[in-house]
Design a protein around this ligand. Structure first.
Ligand SMILES: Cc1ncc(COP(=O)(O)O)c(C=O)c1O
Length: 399
Protein backbone atom coordinates (compact mmCIF):
# COMPACT_ATOMS: atom_id res chain seq x y z
CA UNK A 1 0.00 0.00 0.00
CA UNK A 2 1.43 3.38 -0.97
CA UNK A 3 -0.94 5.59 1.05
CA UNK A 4 -0.30 6.12 4.77
CA UNK A 5 -2.86 3.92 6.59
CA UNK A 6 -3.12 6.38 9.45
CA UNK A 7 -4.83 8.86 7.08
CA UNK A 8 -7.78 6.48 6.50
CA UNK A 9 -10.95 6.23 8.58
CA UNK A 10 -11.07 3.58 11.32
CA UNK A 11 -13.32 1.18 9.39
CA UNK A 12 -10.79 1.15 6.54
CA UNK A 13 -7.87 0.76 8.93
CA UNK A 14 -9.51 -2.28 10.53
CA UNK A 15 -9.47 -4.08 7.19
CA UNK A 16 -5.95 -3.20 6.10
CA UNK A 17 -3.90 -2.80 9.30
CA UNK A 18 -1.21 -5.40 9.97
CA UNK A 19 -1.17 -6.99 6.54
CA UNK A 20 0.92 -6.60 3.42
CA UNK A 21 -0.06 -9.15 0.73
CA UNK A 22 2.81 -7.97 -1.50
CA UNK A 23 5.25 -9.52 1.01
CA UNK A 24 3.40 -12.86 1.00
CA UNK A 25 2.95 -13.77 -2.67
CA UNK A 26 -0.33 -11.82 -2.82
CA UNK A 27 -1.97 -13.92 -0.10
CA UNK A 28 -4.59 -11.69 1.54
CA UNK A 29 -4.05 -12.67 5.19
CA UNK A 30 -0.62 -12.80 6.89
CA UNK A 31 0.80 -16.33 7.30
CA UNK A 32 0.84 -18.26 10.59
CA UNK A 33 4.34 -18.95 11.89
CA UNK A 34 4.48 -21.97 14.17
CA UNK A 35 7.77 -21.45 15.89
CA UNK A 36 10.01 -22.07 18.85
CA UNK A 37 13.50 -21.99 17.30
CA UNK A 38 14.60 -19.20 14.98
CA UNK A 39 17.76 -20.05 13.03
CA UNK A 40 20.56 -17.52 12.49
CA UNK A 41 22.74 -17.58 9.41
CA UNK A 42 25.86 -16.42 11.27
CA UNK A 43 27.26 -15.48 14.67
CA UNK A 44 27.11 -11.86 13.53
CA UNK A 45 23.38 -12.13 12.93
CA UNK A 46 22.86 -13.80 16.31
CA UNK A 47 24.87 -11.03 18.01
CA UNK A 48 22.80 -8.43 16.19
CA UNK A 49 19.61 -9.81 17.76
CA UNK A 50 21.30 -9.75 21.19
CA UNK A 51 22.06 -6.05 20.66
CA UNK A 52 18.45 -5.54 19.49
CA UNK A 53 17.11 -7.01 22.75
CA UNK A 54 19.64 -5.17 24.93
CA UNK A 55 18.64 -1.84 23.39
CA UNK A 56 14.96 -2.69 23.86
CA UNK A 57 14.23 -2.26 20.15
CA UNK A 58 12.65 -5.72 19.76
CA UNK A 59 12.73 -5.46 15.97
CA UNK A 60 14.12 -8.87 14.99
CA UNK A 61 12.85 -12.33 15.93
CA UNK A 62 14.91 -14.67 18.13
CA UNK A 63 12.61 -17.21 19.76
CA UNK A 64 8.96 -18.20 19.56
CA UNK A 65 8.09 -16.88 23.02
CA UNK A 66 9.01 -13.35 21.99
CA UNK A 67 6.76 -13.44 18.94
CA UNK A 68 6.94 -13.92 15.20
CA UNK A 69 5.66 -12.09 12.15
CA UNK A 70 2.17 -13.42 13.00
CA UNK A 71 2.37 -11.76 16.41
CA UNK A 72 3.76 -8.56 14.92
CA UNK A 73 0.95 -8.36 12.34
CA UNK A 74 -1.66 -8.54 15.12
CA UNK A 75 0.22 -6.04 17.27
CA UNK A 76 0.67 -3.59 14.38
CA UNK A 77 -3.04 -3.74 13.58
CA UNK A 78 -4.28 -3.07 17.12
CA UNK A 79 -1.56 -0.45 17.67
CA UNK A 80 -2.73 1.49 14.63
CA UNK A 81 -6.37 1.35 15.76
CA UNK A 82 -5.57 2.52 19.28
CA UNK A 83 -2.97 5.10 18.24
CA UNK A 84 -0.07 3.62 20.22
CA UNK A 85 3.68 3.20 19.72
CA UNK A 86 3.82 -0.61 19.87
CA UNK A 87 1.89 -3.45 21.49
CA UNK A 88 2.61 -6.63 23.41
CA UNK A 89 0.59 -9.81 22.85
CA UNK A 90 -0.08 -12.08 25.82
CA UNK A 91 -1.65 -15.49 26.35
CA UNK A 92 -4.93 -13.98 27.62
CA UNK A 93 -6.39 -10.69 28.80
CA UNK A 94 -5.52 -11.38 32.43
CA UNK A 95 -1.91 -11.97 31.32
CA UNK A 96 -1.82 -8.49 29.76
CA UNK A 97 -3.17 -7.01 33.02
CA UNK A 98 -0.66 -8.87 35.22
CA UNK A 99 2.31 -8.12 32.93
CA UNK A 100 1.40 -4.41 32.74
CA UNK A 101 0.99 -4.04 36.50
CA UNK A 102 4.17 -5.90 37.38
CA UNK A 103 6.10 -3.96 34.71
CA UNK A 104 5.82 -0.76 36.75
CA UNK A 105 5.32 -1.81 40.39
CA UNK A 106 7.92 -2.75 43.00
CA UNK A 107 7.79 -3.44 46.72
CA UNK A 108 6.92 -0.24 48.59
CA UNK A 109 5.00 1.30 45.66
CA UNK A 110 1.38 2.37 45.95
CA UNK A 111 -1.28 1.32 43.42
CA UNK A 112 -4.59 3.12 43.00
CA UNK A 113 -7.16 0.83 41.51
CA UNK A 114 -10.79 1.10 40.46
CA UNK A 115 -13.29 -0.51 42.87
CA UNK A 116 -15.30 -2.12 40.04
CA UNK A 117 -12.22 -3.80 38.62
CA UNK A 118 -12.53 -7.13 36.76
CA UNK A 119 -12.70 -9.79 39.55
CA UNK A 120 -9.66 -11.94 38.66
CA UNK A 121 -7.54 -8.78 38.26
CA UNK A 122 -8.61 -7.78 41.77
CA UNK A 123 -7.63 -11.25 42.99
CA UNK A 124 -4.18 -10.84 41.36
CA UNK A 125 -3.71 -7.53 43.20
CA UNK A 126 -4.83 -8.98 46.53
CA UNK A 127 -3.15 -12.39 46.29
CA UNK A 128 0.12 -11.48 44.56
CA UNK A 129 0.86 -7.74 44.49
CA UNK A 130 0.12 -7.31 48.20
CA UNK A 131 2.25 -10.38 48.98
CA UNK A 132 5.15 -8.72 47.16
CA UNK A 133 4.83 -5.49 49.15
CA UNK A 134 2.65 -3.29 46.94
CA UNK A 135 0.27 -1.00 48.82
CA UNK A 136 -3.24 -0.87 47.28
CA UNK A 137 -6.09 1.64 47.57
CA UNK A 138 -9.41 1.16 45.75
CA UNK A 139 -11.13 4.27 44.41
CA UNK A 140 -14.80 4.84 43.54
CA UNK A 141 -15.44 4.83 39.75
CA UNK A 142 -17.03 8.33 39.87
CA UNK A 143 -13.95 9.87 41.47
CA UNK A 144 -12.63 11.94 38.51
CA UNK A 145 -10.16 14.68 39.50
CA UNK A 146 -10.80 14.01 43.20
CA UNK A 147 -8.39 11.10 42.82
CA UNK A 148 -5.74 13.73 43.63
CA UNK A 149 -6.73 13.31 47.31
CA UNK A 150 -5.73 9.62 47.20
CA UNK A 151 -2.37 10.10 45.50
CA UNK A 152 0.58 9.45 47.81
CA UNK A 153 4.29 10.22 47.33
CA UNK A 154 4.82 6.52 46.49
CA UNK A 155 1.87 6.19 44.06
CA UNK A 156 3.39 4.63 40.96
CA UNK A 157 0.38 3.32 38.99
CA UNK A 158 -3.28 4.25 38.60
CA UNK A 159 -5.32 1.43 37.06
CA UNK A 160 -8.59 2.16 35.24
CA UNK A 161 -11.35 0.13 33.67
CA UNK A 162 -14.18 2.02 31.97
CA UNK A 163 -16.89 1.04 32.29
CA UNK A 164 -16.18 -1.00 35.40
CA UNK A 165 -16.96 -4.72 35.52
CA UNK A 166 -20.45 -5.86 36.62
CA UNK A 167 -21.75 -2.36 37.53
CA UNK A 168 -20.68 -0.51 34.35
CA UNK A 169 -19.73 2.96 35.62
CA UNK A 170 -17.81 5.16 33.17
CA UNK A 171 -14.73 6.80 34.68
CA UNK A 172 -13.57 10.31 33.81
CA UNK A 173 -10.40 9.01 32.14
CA UNK A 174 -8.97 12.37 30.89
CA UNK A 175 -9.38 13.99 34.33
CA UNK A 176 -7.39 11.16 35.93
CA UNK A 177 -4.68 10.85 33.28
CA UNK A 178 -4.05 14.61 33.30
CA UNK A 179 -3.27 14.50 37.01
CA UNK A 180 -1.15 11.37 36.63
CA UNK A 181 0.91 12.69 33.69
CA UNK A 182 1.77 15.81 35.67
CA UNK A 183 3.07 13.63 38.52
CA UNK A 184 4.88 10.93 36.49
CA UNK A 185 2.35 8.27 37.53
CA UNK A 186 1.75 5.48 34.99
CA UNK A 187 -1.86 4.85 33.94
CA UNK A 188 -3.07 1.46 32.74
CA UNK A 189 -6.60 0.93 31.44
CA UNK A 190 -8.63 -2.16 30.61
CA UNK A 191 -10.41 -1.22 27.34
CA UNK A 192 -12.04 -4.59 26.70
CA UNK A 193 -15.67 -3.41 27.00
CA UNK A 194 -15.32 -0.67 24.39
CA UNK A 195 -12.67 -2.33 22.21
CA UNK A 196 -10.58 -0.11 19.89
CA UNK A 197 -13.80 0.74 18.02
CA UNK A 198 -15.54 2.57 20.89
CA UNK A 199 -12.68 4.05 22.91
CA UNK A 200 -9.03 4.98 22.33
CA UNK A 201 -7.38 5.16 25.77
CA UNK A 202 -4.04 6.55 24.56
CA UNK A 203 -5.81 9.52 22.95
CA UNK A 204 -7.19 10.22 26.45
CA UNK A 205 -3.75 10.20 28.07
CA UNK A 206 -3.47 6.54 29.14
CA UNK A 207 0.00 4.91 28.95
CA UNK A 208 -1.01 1.25 28.53
CA UNK A 209 -4.33 0.11 27.03
CA UNK A 210 -5.33 -3.50 27.59
CA UNK A 211 -7.74 -5.55 25.53
CA UNK A 212 -8.75 -9.10 26.34
CA UNK A 213 -8.76 -10.12 22.66
CA UNK A 214 -10.58 -13.20 23.93
CA UNK A 215 -13.72 -11.01 23.77
CA UNK A 216 -14.73 -8.59 21.00
CA UNK A 217 -11.50 -8.48 19.00
CA UNK A 218 -11.61 -12.20 18.22
CA UNK A 219 -15.42 -12.26 18.52
CA UNK A 220 -16.15 -15.99 18.24
CA UNK A 221 -15.67 -17.44 21.78
CA UNK A 222 -12.99 -19.82 20.53
CA UNK A 223 -9.66 -18.52 21.82
CA UNK A 224 -7.82 -16.80 24.68
CA UNK A 225 -5.55 -13.82 23.95
CA UNK A 226 -4.55 -10.45 25.37
CA UNK A 227 -2.86 -7.35 24.04
CA UNK A 228 -1.37 -4.27 25.72
CA UNK A 229 -0.96 -1.22 23.47
CA UNK A 230 1.75 1.08 24.85
CA UNK A 231 3.21 4.55 24.55
CA UNK A 232 6.89 4.62 23.56
CA UNK A 233 7.99 4.99 27.20
CA UNK A 234 5.78 2.13 28.41
CA UNK A 235 6.63 -0.36 25.66
CA UNK A 236 9.97 -1.73 26.86
CA UNK A 237 8.91 -2.35 30.49
CA UNK A 238 5.73 -4.15 29.37
CA UNK A 239 7.47 -6.14 26.64
CA UNK A 240 10.29 -7.22 28.96
CA UNK A 241 7.85 -8.23 31.69
CA UNK A 242 5.54 -10.16 29.37
CA UNK A 243 8.43 -12.01 27.70
CA UNK A 244 10.24 -12.54 30.98
CA UNK A 245 7.13 -13.97 32.62
CA UNK A 246 6.26 -16.28 29.73
CA UNK A 247 2.96 -14.65 28.74
CA UNK A 248 3.12 -15.44 25.01
CA UNK A 249 0.10 -16.05 22.76
CA UNK A 250 -0.25 -19.12 20.52
CA UNK A 251 0.14 -18.60 16.75
CA UNK A 252 -3.25 -19.99 15.71
CA UNK A 253 -5.05 -17.92 18.34
CA UNK A 254 -3.25 -14.79 17.15
CA UNK A 255 -4.16 -15.54 13.54
CA UNK A 256 -7.83 -16.07 14.43
CA UNK A 257 -7.92 -12.89 16.53
CA UNK A 258 -6.58 -10.93 13.57
CA UNK A 259 -9.22 -12.53 11.36
CA UNK A 260 -11.94 -11.63 13.87
CA UNK A 261 -10.66 -8.06 14.07
CA UNK A 262 -11.61 -7.43 10.43
CA UNK A 263 -15.33 -7.52 11.30
CA UNK A 264 -15.06 -5.83 14.70
CA UNK A 265 -16.60 -2.53 13.66
CA UNK A 266 -19.61 -4.16 12.00
CA UNK A 267 -20.18 -6.44 14.97
CA UNK A 268 -19.89 -3.62 17.51
CA UNK A 269 -22.54 -1.55 15.71
CA UNK A 270 -24.97 -4.47 15.82
CA UNK A 271 -24.13 -5.31 19.46
CA UNK A 272 -24.85 -1.71 20.47
CA UNK A 273 -28.06 -1.42 18.45
CA UNK A 274 -29.50 -4.64 19.87
CA UNK A 275 -28.25 -4.03 23.43
CA UNK A 276 -29.90 -0.63 23.45
CA UNK A 277 -33.22 -2.18 22.41
CA UNK A 278 -32.99 -4.98 24.98
CA UNK A 279 -31.90 -2.56 27.74
CA UNK A 280 -34.75 -0.16 26.95
CA UNK A 281 -37.24 -3.03 26.99
CA UNK A 282 -35.86 -4.27 30.32
CA UNK A 283 -36.25 -0.80 31.84
CA UNK A 284 -40.02 -1.11 31.34
CA UNK A 285 -40.28 -4.54 33.03
CA UNK A 286 -41.75 -4.79 36.54
CA UNK A 287 -39.21 -7.54 37.45
CA UNK A 288 -36.26 -5.17 36.81
CA UNK A 289 -35.13 -2.69 39.47
CA UNK A 290 -32.16 -1.19 37.59
CA UNK A 291 -30.42 -1.40 34.20
CA UNK A 292 -26.70 -0.52 34.17
CA UNK A 293 -25.77 0.42 30.61
CA UNK A 294 -23.96 3.72 29.93
CA UNK A 295 -25.40 4.01 26.41
CA UNK A 296 -28.90 4.26 27.90
CA UNK A 297 -30.17 7.83 28.29
CA UNK A 298 -30.72 8.40 32.00
CA UNK A 299 -27.88 6.10 33.08
CA UNK A 300 -25.70 7.95 35.64
CA UNK A 301 -22.68 7.49 33.28
CA UNK A 302 -24.49 8.48 30.08
CA UNK A 303 -23.08 12.03 29.81
CA UNK A 304 -19.46 10.88 30.29
CA UNK A 305 -19.99 8.01 27.83
CA UNK A 306 -21.38 10.44 25.25
CA UNK A 307 -18.47 12.81 25.78
CA UNK A 308 -15.64 10.25 25.44
CA UNK A 309 -16.86 7.11 23.63
CA UNK A 310 -17.61 6.50 19.94
CA UNK A 311 -20.01 3.66 20.68
CA UNK A 312 -21.01 0.95 23.13
CA UNK A 313 -20.70 -2.79 23.30
CA UNK A 314 -23.41 -5.38 23.96
CA UNK A 315 -22.53 -6.03 27.61
CA UNK A 316 -24.50 -4.59 30.51
CA UNK A 317 -25.91 -5.38 33.94
CA UNK A 318 -29.35 -5.50 35.49
CA UNK A 319 -30.63 -5.76 39.04
CA UNK A 320 -33.87 -7.64 39.59
CA UNK A 321 -36.46 -6.86 42.22
CA UNK A 322 -36.46 -9.22 45.18
CA UNK A 323 -37.22 -12.82 44.20
CA UNK A 324 -36.46 -16.26 45.63
CA UNK A 325 -33.46 -18.40 44.58
CA UNK A 326 -35.97 -20.82 43.08
CA UNK A 327 -37.54 -18.10 40.91
CA UNK A 328 -34.11 -16.87 39.83
CA UNK A 329 -33.02 -20.38 38.84
CA UNK A 330 -36.33 -21.06 37.06
CA UNK A 331 -35.65 -18.07 34.85
CA UNK A 332 -31.96 -18.75 34.09
CA UNK A 333 -31.94 -22.56 33.87
CA UNK A 334 -34.08 -22.71 30.75
CA UNK A 335 -33.07 -19.80 28.52
CA UNK A 336 -33.05 -20.71 24.82
CA UNK A 337 -30.70 -17.98 23.58
CA UNK A 338 -29.15 -16.23 26.60
CA UNK A 339 -27.08 -19.25 27.61
CA UNK A 340 -25.50 -19.40 31.04
CA UNK A 341 -21.73 -18.92 30.90
CA UNK A 342 -18.74 -16.72 31.66
CA UNK A 343 -17.00 -14.49 29.17
CA UNK A 344 -18.63 -12.32 26.51
CA UNK A 345 -17.72 -10.57 23.27
CA UNK A 346 -18.50 -13.51 21.00
CA UNK A 347 -21.30 -13.51 18.42
CA UNK A 348 -23.75 -15.19 20.82
CA UNK A 349 -25.85 -13.96 23.71
CA UNK A 350 -24.95 -14.96 27.26
CA UNK A 351 -26.20 -14.41 30.78
CA UNK A 352 -24.49 -14.86 34.12
CA UNK A 353 -25.52 -14.08 37.73
CA UNK A 354 -23.18 -11.53 39.32
CA UNK A 355 -22.29 -10.80 42.94
CA UNK A 356 -20.89 -7.25 43.04
CA UNK A 357 -20.99 -7.11 46.86
CA UNK A 358 -18.19 -9.73 46.97
CA UNK A 359 -15.92 -7.44 44.92
CA UNK A 360 -16.43 -3.96 46.37
CA UNK A 361 -14.69 -2.16 49.20
CA UNK A 362 -14.78 1.56 48.25
CA UNK A 363 -18.46 1.71 47.27
CA UNK A 364 -21.25 -0.09 49.08
CA UNK A 365 -23.40 -2.28 46.82
CA UNK A 366 -27.06 -1.83 47.46
CA UNK A 367 -29.67 -3.77 45.47
CA UNK A 368 -33.17 -5.09 46.20
CA UNK A 369 -32.63 -8.43 44.43
CA UNK A 370 -30.16 -10.53 42.44
CA UNK A 371 -27.94 -9.12 39.68
CA UNK A 372 -27.23 -10.40 36.20
CA UNK A 373 -24.82 -9.61 33.42
CA UNK A 374 -26.22 -9.89 29.90
CA UNK A 375 -24.22 -10.11 26.71
CA UNK A 376 -26.44 -9.18 23.79
CA UNK A 377 -25.19 -11.10 20.78
CA UNK A 378 -25.88 -10.86 17.07
CA UNK A 379 -29.14 -12.88 17.04
CA UNK A 380 -32.38 -11.24 15.89
CA UNK A 381 -33.23 -8.84 18.68
CA UNK A 382 -36.93 -9.77 18.74
CA UNK A 383 -35.94 -13.38 19.45
CA UNK A 384 -33.72 -12.18 22.30
CA UNK A 385 -36.50 -10.12 23.88
CA UNK A 386 -38.92 -13.06 23.53
CA UNK A 387 -36.36 -15.30 25.28
CA UNK A 388 -36.17 -12.88 28.22
CA UNK A 389 -39.95 -12.56 28.29
CA UNK A 390 -40.29 -16.35 28.60
CA UNK A 391 -37.66 -16.22 31.38
CA UNK A 392 -39.71 -13.65 33.33
CA UNK A 393 -42.83 -15.80 32.86
CA UNK A 394 -40.97 -18.77 34.43
CA UNK A 395 -39.78 -16.51 37.26
CA UNK A 396 -43.37 -15.45 37.98
CA UNK A 397 -44.70 -19.02 37.75
CA UNK A 398 -42.13 -20.22 40.32
CA UNK A 399 -43.34 -17.68 42.95
C1 LIG B 1 -13.05 -6.63 31.63
C2 LIG B 1 -12.22 -7.85 31.45
N1 LIG B 1 -10.89 -7.71 31.33
C3 LIG B 1 -10.09 -8.78 31.18
C4 LIG B 1 -10.60 -10.04 31.14
C5 LIG B 1 -9.65 -11.20 31.06
O1 LIG B 1 -9.54 -11.74 29.81
P1 LIG B 1 -9.11 -13.27 29.62
O2 LIG B 1 -10.31 -14.08 29.96
O3 LIG B 1 -8.69 -13.32 28.20
O4 LIG B 1 -7.98 -13.52 30.55
C6 LIG B 1 -11.97 -10.25 31.22
C7 LIG B 1 -12.55 -11.62 31.13
O5 LIG B 1 -13.70 -11.85 31.42
C8 LIG B 1 -12.81 -9.12 31.40
O6 LIG B 1 -14.13 -9.25 31.55
Amino acid sequence: MTADLSTFHRDTQILHAGRDPARHHGVVNPPVYHCSTVLFSSVDELLETRRDRASGAYVGFTYGREGTETTRAFEDAVTLLEGGYRAVTTSCGLGAICASLTAFLSAGDHLLILDSLYGPARAFCEDFLRKFGVEITYYRPSIGAEIAELIQPNTRVVYLESPGSLTFEITDVPAITKLCRARGIVTIMDNTWGSPVCFRPLAHGVDVSINAATKYISGHSDLMLGIAVCTEAAFIPVKKTASGSGYCGGPDDIYMALRGLRTLSLRMKRHQESALRVATWLQGRPEVARVMYPALPGDPSHALWQRDFDGASGLFGIVLNACSDRQFAAMLDHMDLFKLGYSWGGYESLVVPTYPSDLRSAVEWDAPGPSLRLHVGLEDVDDLIADLERGFARLAAAA
